[in-house]
Design a protein around this ligand. Sequence first.
Ligand code: PNS
Length: 164
Amino acid sequence: MTKNTIAICPGSFDPVTIGHIDIIQRASAMFDKLIVVVADNPAKNCSFSPKERVELIKKSIPHLNNVEVDRYDGLLAEYAAKKNAGAIIKGLRAMSDFEYEFQMALTNKKLNPKVETLFLTTAAENMYLSSSMVKQIAGMGGDISSFVPAAIHQDIVERLLKNK
Ligand code: PNS
């Protein structure tokens, strides 16, 4: 890792949850600048467009002055190099996340040896939380207010109901 204090926090964020926000907030305290990168991969069937996902994240973190939100449709390792970022931050929930994350970390290291992947452990109360769970609950009319930031709760509910 080069000695700089720029990190990137990538993900699908479809949509962003309080679990993601917890990781973003903690990572923002560790680096001068944190760039949250929404993966703009058309092959992945996301419910929210990249633009919507970026807006939902921005609306959730007005208090984090050193965090930028961006989207990217290429390789993360290339994006890190372009932004001169020394670290990729990922949240780890259960062991079930580990194998996939480990594979991505090793691949990104191979593609860009200057970038280190750092894992932050998810807060215990968010261990079970995932975007797909949030979408499933909201789609069936359930209460997602404790899973997503209050500032975007209504946006997500309305958007998912419109989808039906
Ligand atoms: O929230 P997710 O879906 O687990 O995030 C996965 C993500 C976006 C981090 C991963 O798919 C990614 O890095 N995509 C960018 C394309 C890329 O660099 N692929 C090779 C990674 S090994």
